[in-house]
Design a protein around this ligand. Sequence first.
Ligand code: AMP
Length: 431
Amino acid sequence: MKFKSITGTKDLLPAESHRWQYVEQIFRELAHRYNFKEIRTPVFEHTELFARGIGELTDIVSKEMYRFEDRSGNSLTLKPEMTAAVVRAYLQHNLGQQQPVTKLYYLAPMFRQERPQKGRLRQFHQFGLEIIGTPGAEADAEIIVMTADYYVQLGITNVELRINSVGCEKCRPQYKEKLKEFLQPNLPHLSEDSQRRFETNPLRILDSKDDRDRELTADAPLQKDHLCTECNEHFTHLQEILDEANIEYSVDGKIVRGLDYYTKTAFEFISSALGSQDALSGGGRYDLLAKEIGGKDVPAVGVAGGIERLLLVLEASGTETGEEPHPVVYLAAADNDSRAWLYGITRQLRKHNIPCDTDLMQRSLKAQMREASRQHAQYVIIAGSDERKNNEVVVKNMEVGDQQNVSVDDLVHILQQQLSGEHNATEKSRA
Ligand code: AMP
């Protein structure tokens, strides 16, 4: 074939899409229960939104962005992350004016030109939460607790929460110097990436995946031990709330996150089922971002998690992820003259919320029955000229195998009764 999908992107085929719908639906329902409202922003933004000042130095901005020029010469970028876009929209539309604290959620595709591997794609999808407008550790906790709840609801158990504080503009500069002093003697032995980060973003050296880097930074000073009073109190308060909420976590001074706008809280949810790309989700507080984008000082905190990785974990643990939808009823015509009449009945069933399908290929009755089985229909409705004359159909229960003649006038009612009977029986056997 001449055309194939682009490396690092994936088609979501029908056999899989119900699993996505399942995890998305649980996320939406939970977000609504926590009173988050949905935000959708365009897939592309002005490049400068992501490549601002110090942001230029992160890997995502310097190496991985899908940047292009449109015909007017504007530099545009497919969004590599959502937070900057959400804050841009928040400022542009003055969302803070309507309420002091804005709680937003999203489900959206992101684009990064990374080296594709298991759990790492070039177009991937994230769920995310942002709370904008409050500096309180309560908001950090709300984000973390809902994310933890989400994994519990999905039945993911092998997940670990690690939290840290990366300080603020008051305490981080001194700490950075301390860290650089510590790293300096071993600088030539650090990996190439870490050497490059030494001047620009030395904190990132702490979460390097390189074995030698890890060895050399084993005893490095950590920001969490060098916090100013404000950051320290914030971090302690966050832990108090998490304890009260019965959320398990460990403090890990080496969680620093890839993006550089984080202040105070940084955290990751990690799964042992994921191999080297083990971060299920991550987030933190970003009190400096709104100002960097050109707005006012607005404190905020958020999380973003990969949907593909979530599904990998669910698959690895064999956890149920919803059912592939199938028609409850299949309508089969015994002769060609009855097709149009039968099609009228599909309209009735669909109007009454009964999922059904029918033959669109003028196939024989035998072929239609085969199709009904293939589609796992619970009932097949059969009609030919005799039934049509009497304004009735044959309803065949595919599980039991029995069949009965039913007047078209009673059909919806009878199907609804049978289906609600089955529904109640399933509920009972579950209880
Ligand atoms: P980040 O925005 O880099 O903190 O990523 C947040 C989450 O998004 C990660 O924990 C992953 O679950 C997911 N993620 C990030 N990059 C990728 C990628 N290239 N492919 C798939 N998932 C990703």
